[in-house]
Write a protein that binds this ligand. Structure first.
Ligand code: OTU
Length: 645
């Protein structure tokens, strides 16, 4: 079977390539393109055949797709081509300890793209080598779900600048060793996208780009099975359009129309947009809401096998036209499903929502057992891929842990999620947190939490109460969480503003376009005055900044925190989270105390994990040396990075 598919792929190329070759501008160009095809086309062909092979015009679409690939290949700028070559020779480049990411909104952080370029010295000062710019494309003016409703993938939102500005920014970042990460919002377009407009005018070709239904009855094979994503905004997953007299599939907001990937023309059109972004200088594309891209009657329409085939097809295609490009998976779903998107042939990078949620869980419960057991099962991923580890971002916190592991530990998962929501919205007695509920589902009781890092760890409340001790504790919590994501393996990403201890911004409640979406509480502008405070070492923001700076420098000087193996361990103390990083014969042991009290570490633990002799904690000033037999004690929220001397 394998052979016959390969044979069919070969035969297809023999038939289609002679029609494409006249477009080549040089022999060398054609040769380079066909070499890439030799490597990736059989895989691409197999995947597309699986998805679309039963359609009568399959070969017509295949020819269009080849055309898209060759055009993008030809347009790929020289600098990006040579970068592709460099990356192919160093496929683990993103696993280096030098990698440090940040995410920011162009408007909230700098105003526009030009001014953002002027902030590069700040990014360098921080130590960044990866910058995710939140969606910056043309989008509906009033509400665009923070840019996640794209009206034109080839046009920058005019208030932020132009495509030329974006390309300039990309190359300025590249010159400073910072990779540019952009969103590929490919599950849906805005209802103002040209395709959607044409569908609104009844053009059949574009009605077929989306899921449009004539009557409520047509929704019956789907609707009962679907999860509601934004139940506070609108119930269900479909929107009635009076102008069209049709129901349109809208998983998220009414103005975000789900694309119909059963139509190969949609695949081809979106492949064109993907490669356009790659050629505009994106090093990594964030595959937004990728769990939802394939729909099938009578299923939940999330994480379907065809969604994986589709992303793999994008992967094979992009390796033909833009081989250095990486994909980052944004699957905020069950941990078993999250890892299925991670593969060198699918997404080489993935957000780690499990670590994120369980860090918050452990902070609330002061217990690391659920985190340890969950990560022991779900942290390992293929060697040529990496996690993107984060604490907070622009979205909410969803409590996506594995219920069966919780049950095993005697935790009722639903009750526990209710507790976590209460805890982080400050309704639980003794809670330090100031979060806001997000998208409470009145039917299922499901809820998520929004809030800025500093407010969620207690800093907002502590500052208000002028409680110096609690301010220090909150800052220590921030340091502990970062010391973990900086060392656990993968690319750590800071959410810009968090490095300055920025608090919740409640002004969204007065804005009609935002008040329904509490995630705006954690989308906070950062201005020059805020940035200037980083030098004031007596302010909470200045203390956070100085602490993070120190952690970042230490991370970047320690190769064991880069491309090394991670092993999550049982520390023998339910309050202390631990893991080792090993490479060749060297080991680094990380321990983190989630409780409010000092915690002892059994000397046998360090003795068995680190080689004999004295040990040094890289996070201690002067790197205090201890004998293996000395009793090690961690202060509240203290983290140790231990190596043997
Ligand atoms: C993503 O998140 C983006 O990160 C959000 O900002 C967007 O609103 C959304 O897609 C639509 O583009 O629902 O609450 O279960 O959690 O994909 C966040 C998966 C979201 C979802 C995730 C989605």
């Amino acid at each position: 079977m394998m052979h016959s598919l390969d044979y069919d792929a070969r035969k297809t190329l023999d038939r289609l390539l002679p029609r494409l070759q006249p477009k080549a501008t040089s022999k060398a160009e054609w040769q380079a393109f066909t070499e890439n095809l030799d490597q990736q086309f059989p895989r691409l062909f197999g995947l597309l055949h699986g998805l679309y092979g039963n359609q009568y015009d399959f070969f017509y679409h295949l020819e269009s797709i080849l055309g898209t690939l060759f055009e993008a290949f030809q347009e790929r700028p020289k600098v990006l081509r040579s970068q592709d070559k460099k990356r192919q020779k160093d496929p683990h480049w993103f696993k280096s300890e030098q990698m440090l990411g940040a995410a920011c909104y162009v408007d909230l952080f700098a105003g526009d793209l030009k001014s953002l370029r002027e902030q590069i010295p700040y990014f360098k000062e921080l130590g960044l080598s990866y910058l995710h710019l939140m969606p910056l494309f043309k989008a509906p003016e009033a509400n665009s779900d923070g840019g996640y409703a794209v009206s034109d993938y080839r046009q920058v939102n005019p208030s932020l600048g132009t495509m030329t500005d974006l390309k300039r920014l990309g190359s300025a970042l590249r010159n400073e060793g910072i990779v540019m990460v952009l969103d590929f919002v490919f599950n849906h377009t805005s209802d103002e996208h040209e395709w959607a407009r044409k569908a609104q005018h009844g053009e059949q070709e574009y009605l077929d780009y989306y899921f449009c239904f004539d009557s409520k009855g047509d929704l019956a094979p789907y609707e009962p099975y679907l999860r509601e994503i934004f139940p506070e905004i609108r119930r269900g997953s479909f929107t009635w359009r009076d102008d069209m007299q049709k129901w349109v599939w809208t998983t998220f907001n009414n103005f975000q129309w789900d694309l119909n990937y059963r139509n190969p023309a949609v695949f081809n059109a979106m492949l064109g947009e993907l490669l356009f972004l790659a050629n505009a200088g994106a090093d990594i594309l964030r595959f937004d809401a990728l769990a939802f891209v394939w729909k099938e009657k009578g299923t939940v329409c999330e994480n379907l096998p065809q969604a994986h085939d589709l992303i793999q097809a994008f992967n094979a295609a992009s390796r033909i036209a833009a081989p250095g490009l990486l994909f980052k998976s944004e699957a905020i779903v069950h941990p078993d499903e999250v890892v299925r998107y991670i593969d060198t042939d699918e997404c080489q990078l993935s957000y780690n929502p499990l670590l994120m949620a369980l860090l918050w869980n452990s902070l609330a419960t002061r217990d690391v057992t659920l985190m340890t057991q969950s990560l022991q099962a779900r942290f390992p991923i293929p060697n040529d891929t990496a996690w993107v580890n984060y604490i907070r971002g622009h979205d909410d916190i969803g409590w996506t842990f594995d219920d069966s592991i919780a049950w095993r530990l005697g935790i009722n998962p639903d009750d526990h999620r209710r507790f976590l929501n209460q805890y982080y919205t400050g309704q639980f007695e003794g809670s330090f947190a100031r979060g806001v509920p997000f998208q409470e589902n009145k039917t299922t009781g499901d809820c998520r939490v929004a809030g800025q890092l500093a407010s969620l760890v207690g800093l907002e409340k502590a500052i208000e109460a002028q409680d110096e001790e609690e301010i220090t504790r909150s800052i220590n919590r921030i340091m502990m969480l970062h010391a973990i994501i900086f060392s656990i393996g993968g690319v750590p990403v800071i959410y810009m503003g968090d490095e300055l201890g920025t608090l919740n911004d409640y002004r969204y409640q007065q804005d009609v376009d935002k008040q329904n979406d509490s995630r705006w509480v954690n989308r906070v502008p950062v201005n020059e005055a805020d940035l200037a405070k980083r030098h004031q070492s007596d302010t909470p923001g200045g203390r956070v900044y100085a602490g993070l700076q120190k952690l970042i420098r230490l991370r970047q000087s320690q190769p064991l925190l880069g491309d090394a193996h991670t092993h999550i361990i049982e520390t023998g103390n339910p309050h202390v989270f631990g893991f080792t990083r090993t490479h060749d014969a060297e080991t680094l042991l990380v321990l983190a105390n989630f409780s409010d009290f000092n915690q002892p570490i059994d000397p046998q633990l360090t003795q068995s994990l680190l080689s004999v002799g004295a040990i040094v904690d890289l996070l201690q000033e002067g790197g205090e040396v201890k004998q293996q037999t000395d009793r090690l004690e961690l202060m509240p929220h203290q983290v140790c990075w231990l190596v043997s001397k």
